[in-house]
Design a binder for this molecule. Structure first.
Ligand SMILES: Nc1ncnc2c1ncn2[C@@H]1O[C@H](COP(=O)(O)OP(=O)(O)O)[C@@H](O)[C@H]1O
Ligand SMILES: [Mg+2]
Length: 311
């Protein structure tokens, strides 16, 4: 069945190229929607959206994702990821709250709104601990705080120079991970592929130059991926986990280890990049993602047809 698929984007990266190639090879019709050139009317959808079965949000800028997805909701066109998912994933505070609420092991985190209370939170965690921007990715503007002097300096900088979002202080325990973390690409909680990202630096994002290698998920990790995906509303997601046990199998200190957990989930990403993963694993990542998209679009069409019959 040929589908009409909209791709919402601002830049076609390797990730989007992989998707576009796969979609076209399968004979689907792709409408590219450049958010920089498009306007969105509150009362009616643009003519070129009329026959779309599904829209895939690949916007780079979070603000664009958050608004554009609301328009497709309003037009009654299915969009992945959904606005609700994007909203939770785009914000580290909402993300952490959702994971905690769902009972997913996640690093201990506190939020404060002034330098003074942020300092209190930092002192409670002790050194080192981590300060993150609430909105952001690729490991940017994250700080590992090793001393009270460093804490004071960075809080002062953020309070004085920071954008509005940097006035929300997101403080987290430092997790003694074994020099790497795990990225899992999942579709509605079902893992597509996973990799470890290793680095001498404490920030192990692929965008920061970490080395990547394929990773086989065990049952515990699979369960956590499903739970994390459900916690944020599902979709095409990048689930980031850290291992809380060291290589010899003994546990590092931390809340998760007390309950025998071997992983902690530090975030779920919504407009996830997968080019690094695609290079690291044997799996046909774009192919699996498109399988899922086809199923989503077909299910959406079926439920629409059912509605038409009912009314
Ligand atoms: N609490 C932590 N303790 C130790 N390392 C961390 C912690 N939080 C993040 N990191 C490291 O920093 C990287 C980026 O953090 P993350 O919260 O995923 O932010 P981003 O959204 O920028 O990717 C992680 O992949 C991990 O390697
Ligand atoms: Mg991350």
């Amino acid at each position: 069945m040929t589908l009409q698929i909209g791709i919402l984007y601002s830049r076609i990266r390797k990730d989007e190229k992989l998707l576009l190639t796969e979609l076209r090879e399968r004979g689907h019709e792709v409408t590219k929607i450049d958010v920089r050139k498009q306007t969105f009317d509150i009362s009616e959808a643009a003519a070129e959206f009329a026959d779309l079965d599904i829209v895939v949000d690949r916007c780079l800028a979070t603000s664009r994702s958050l608004y554009a997805t609301q328009f497709f909701d309003a037009y009654g066109i299915p969009v992945v990821n959904s606005h609700e998912t994007a909203d939770v994933c785009a914000d580290k505070v909402k993300n952490s709250l959702a994971l905690e609420k769902a009972g997913v092991p996640t690093p201990k985190t506190k939020v404060a709104f002034t330098k003074e209370t942020a300092m209190e939170a930092i002192e409670e965690f002790g050194y080192p601990c981590v300060l993150k921007p609430v909105v952001g990715s690729w490991g940017r503007l994250m700080a590992k705080i090793d001393s009270p002097d460093a804490a004071e300096a960075i809080l002062e900088h953020k309070a004085t120079l920071g954008h509005y979002e940097h006035k929300v202080f997101y403080v987290q325990e430092f997790v003694e991970k074994p020099g790497r973390d795990i990225r899992v690409l999942a579709v509605d909680g079902e893992p597509v592929a996973a990799m470890v990202r290793s680095s001498d630096h404490w920030i192990t994002n692929a965008a920061k130059g970490a080395e990547t290698d394929v990773f086989e998920l065990d049952d515990e990790a699979k369960k956590l991926v499903q739970k994390s995906s459900d916690a944020v509303g599902g979709g095409l997601l990048g689930v980031d986990l850290m291992e809380t046990a060291d290589v010899s199998g003994s546990h590092s200190e931390g809340s998760q280890t007390e309950s025998g957990q071997r992983y902690t989930v530090h975030e779920v990403n919504h407009t996830v990049e997968f080019k690094a993963l695609n290079d690291a694993v044997e799996t046909d990542v774009a192919g699996t993602v498109v399988d899922w998209l086809e199923a989503k679009a077909t299910a959406a069409n079926a439920s629409e047809a059912e509605l038409e019959v009912t009314f």
